[in-house]
Design a protein around this ligand. Structure first.
Ligand code: ATP
Ligand code: MG
Length: 796
């Protein structure tokens, strides 16, 4: 092995070492799961700093989740002797937020702009639709939200959208109105954070070049999931495009895995990888082929599964960790049984094998699956923590509380106004609110400013509400964040309201937890007494100088401000956010972190999407059924199916030591009992790496995709083993082809069944929906199949 000058570089293999110590220049690491990509990225940052090639201010690193960013900062803190908290390490959204805060004047935003999460965005759109009497059947607010987000992801403002049909024209018009509304209220949605900061860089050459000079090293994790706009944003920071090539003095390191691209549905482009290599004229491409995460039984499953995909850039993964235990497969009769089994296994793992609870993860394809598992865990008294799902900051009671807090910060935040104007109820009816909205629209002002213009009893009540907020604002001036929140909880009537609610106790607990969340935010971000001064380097001074526009000078009395710790988002320019405003930004950006149970040793529940980049000793993947995983919406086209398979690849590769796979014969989903076939992904795993905990179903391993995935949806064999066909719920998206009546299936002919292969028809009985046939399949024996459900193709 090469000479390793520093202990930082111990525990790296040769390829990793090469990647960590690459000379300046652009580079791509394309490598499979668990091969150390994130480790390389983190170590490279440490190495660059330690070897004096760059100061902390010269690095920009993009991670996929806040959690990953935090972990990276924590690891760097441990490796390096100085404070790395002020570094530009975060998610795209987090970094954009930071850029916009620092240059809010140039970006055309108020200093205290707040962020709308997806829920807020939806309610803002609903409000707009109501105001302009939009037919919500024709233009469902949710779809408008997607339309707007989609436009923004493509970098398009309303004027850039080419609308040829009246529907699109209408949507574009609403997009414009929505933008006006957000601007008026001083709020931005997630898409806007990205687009606005892209435009800021694009249009302000001085600012752009400043950051180009500043960020000597740009590092991007999970590059396969960047979308078009994010890639364009990175290009702005990296240098100037000249003739299709980037003229750049910075070094961009992108790491990713095309097999883990799971956000195509949200506009992610694997094509960014090839574009990157071309446009940046990438000199170094490194592959990492050794997996350090999983035992080979697990890895073999992952490799075998993903080999079924055709659109791959091609990589290998090996491990020398040994085989480990086989992957366990379990079939449950019902989803409830599946969950009970999981909980039983989890308890044994914790009790007998001493596995720490937080080292156990339960992964599922859809959020809806978590409810059953949660209730079983809850009943068994096993602490658990749900990521994704309805997250702490997204719960109704928390949103209500945050709305009050936001009104304290900004009375013109109409979204928050609407949320709580009559919550808890104070006799302000829908009619009064409508009148208020009309008045505000006519006057071109915020709802809060319009209350005085509303007459009658309604006006009095509305003015009372605004006065209440004003008093609260007065009262909490100069108070700590904790005191502010506690006072608000009382004065708003929220606590009293939930005290009188039947199931309000949990909500009160959560509201109290909000106080704790604020408290820990204050300590973490250094707002409190023990604040630690952040390092200031020449970059920060230069950034601040750039922000000295006349408008911001009032707020920012020069450089000494930099010594004041400011909560991360704006530490370097001196723009001050109040602790409350900063906390609200934190709440919007970090909705994924469930503060409530953060400290506890708890089993981790999350969707497969949310598990990206993480690893656990033990992983359960439940609901491996056709229609669920692969998801029914994706199974109809090849691209969709391949994305589902990548998702499964991500899921499998989260496991270090032990992996459980399970499916259930029946499942309640969206109020209906469904009988799904086992997932085709189970068929794609090598038998040698599996251990069946329940008797293996006939037909496994014979799935023939040749005749189209859709044909697996029929539920022939379960119907034949005793279930009446009328009770069988087939997939609603791909309805079973009715081969009856006149199905043409007669005694003596040969038919093909997707699961059982070819077979000879021995007998046909019944008519219409009840028709069934007895068929002899050479490899699976004789079966009765319900013709209304089993999709049979006549071979001869
Ligand atoms: P993913 O694609 O899932 O994001 P990754 O490629 O980013 O995975 P890491 O998370 O960086 O992989 O590494 C996987 C695990 O292997 C981590 O626990 C990491 O600490 C460990 N690891 C990586 N490289 C080495 C090494 N050279 N020696 C020992 N352990 C390593
Ligand atoms: Mg990683």
């Amino acid at each position: 092995p090469a000479h390793r000058p520093s202990s930082l570089l111990d525990n790296l293999n040769d390829e990793q070492l090469a990647a960590v110590t690459l000379p300046a220049g652009h580079a791509l690491i394309l490598a499979g799961a668990g091969s150390g990509k994130t480790r390389v990225l983190t170590t490279r940052i440490a190495w660059l700093l330690q070897s004096g090639q760059v100061t902390p201010g010269g690095i920009l690193a993009v991670t996929f989740t806040n959690k990953a960013a935090k972990e990276m900062v924590a690891r760097l803190s441990a490796m390096l002797p100085y404070n790395v908290r002020g570094m530009w390490i975060g998610t795209f959204h987090g970094l954009c937020n930071r850029l916009l805060r620092a240059h809010h004047v140039a970006a055309g935003l108020p200093a205290t702009f707040q962020i709308l999460d997806t829920q807020d965005q939806l309610s803002a759109i609903k409000r707009l639709c109501k105001q302009y009497q939009v037919d919500e059947e024709r233009f469902p607010p949710k779809q408008l939200g997607w339309f707007i987000a989609g436009c923004k992801e493509e970098g398009m403002r309303p004027k850039d959208v080419v609308a040829s049909d009246p529907d699109t024209k209408k949507k574009v018009e609403l997009y414009q109105l929505y933008e006006d509304q957000c601007q008026r209220e001083g709020v931005v949605d997630f898409g806007e954070l990205m687009l606005r900061s892209f435009e800021l860089l694009r249009d302000d050459a001085a600012l752009r070049q400043h950051y180009q000079r500043r960020f000597r090293f740009i590092l991007v994790d999970e590059f396969q999931d960047t979308n078009k706009l994010q890639y364009a944003w990175l290009k702005q920071l990296a240098g100037e495009m000249v003739g299709g090539r980037l003229q750049s003095s910075s070094s961009v390191l992108a790491v990713g895995d095309d097999d883990q691209s799971i956000y195509a549905f949200r506009g992610a482009r694997v094509g960014n990888m090839t574009d990157f290599v071309r446009e940046f004229d990438v000199q170094h491409q490194i592959k990492l082929e050794q997996n350090y995460r999983s035992f080979s039984n697990i890895l073999d499953c992952a490799n075998a599964l993903i080999s079924h995909n055709s659109q791959r850039l091609g990589k290998n993964l090996r491990t020398n960790q040994g085989a480990g235990e086989p992957v366990r497969v379990y079939e449950a009769p019902t989803d409830l049984d599946e969950a009970s089994w999981m909980v039983e296994e989890i308890r044994n793992l914790v009790r007998q094998d001493g596995v720490p609870r937080q080292e156990i993860a339960v992964l599922y394809r859809s959020n809806a699956q978590s409810r059953v598992i949660e209730s079983k865990l809850f009943n068994a008294g096993v602490p658990y923590r749900v990521y994704g799902g309805l997250r702490f900051f997204e719960r109704a009671e928390i949103k209500h509380a945050l709305a009050y807090l936001r009104l304290l910060e900004n009375p013109h935040d109409d979204t928050s106004f609407m949320r709580v104007v009559n919550f808890p109820a104070r006799g302000i009816g829908a009619r009064s609110v409508e009148t208020l909205q009309e008045t505000a629209r006519a006057a071109g002002c915020s709802l809060s400013d319009a209350v005085t213009a509303v007459g009658g009893a309604a006006g009095t009540k509305l003015q009372g509400f605004v006065a209440k907020i004003d008093v609260l604002r007065e009262e909490t001036q100069g108070k700590s964040l904790r005191q502010t929140i506690e006072r608000m909880l009382e004065a708003s009537g929220l606590i009293d309201f939930y005290l009188n609610e039947k199931e309000g106790q949990d909500r009160i607990e959560n509201l109290k937890e909000l106080v704790n969340a604020a408290e820990s935010f204050v300590t973490q971000e250094g707002f409190g007494k023990d604040a630690i001064a952040l390092p200031i380097d020449e970059h920060s001074r230069a950034d601040a100088a750039l922000t000295q526009s006349p408008a911001s000078q009032g707020l920012n009395p020069g450089l000494p401000m930099l010594d004041v710790p400011l909560g991360g988002t704006d530490a370097e320019t001196g723009e001050t956010l109040s602790p409350l405003a900063a906390f609200l930004v934190h709440a919007a950006l970090e909705a994924g972190d469930n503060q409530a149970q953060a400290g506890q040793e708890a089993v981790q529940l999350m969707t497969v999407h949310a598990s990206k980049g993480l690893e656990f000793d033990v992983v359960f993947i439940g609901g491996l059924e056709e229609g669920l995983f692969p998801h029914e919406n994706a199974a109809s086209d090849k691209g969709g199916l391949e994305e589902e398979r990548r998702l499964m690849y991500v899921a499998i590769t989260r496991a270090r030591k032990r992996l459980y796979l399970s499916h259930s014969q029946s499942r309640m989903l969206h109020g209906q009992t469904r009988f799904n076939l086992p997932s085709r992904f189970l068929d794609e795993l090598p038998e040698a790496n599996l251990k069946w905990l329940t008797a293996k179903q006939p037909g496994f391993g014979t799935f023939t995709p040749k005749f189209g995935g859709g044909s697996a949806y029929g539920n022939g064999f379960r119907a034949a083993s005793g279930t009446r066909s009328s009770e069988v719920f087939a997939n609603p998206v791909v309805p079973p082809q009715k081969t009856v009546p006149g199905h043409g299936i007669t005694k003596g002919i040969t038919v093909f069944h997707a699961k059982f292969g070819e077979g000879k028809v021995l007998a046909v009985e019944g008519t219409g929906d009840d028709a069934r046939a007895q068929i002899n399949f050479p490899r699976h024996g004789t079966k009765w199949l319900a013709l209304a459900i089993a999709k049979l193709t006549i071979v001869e």
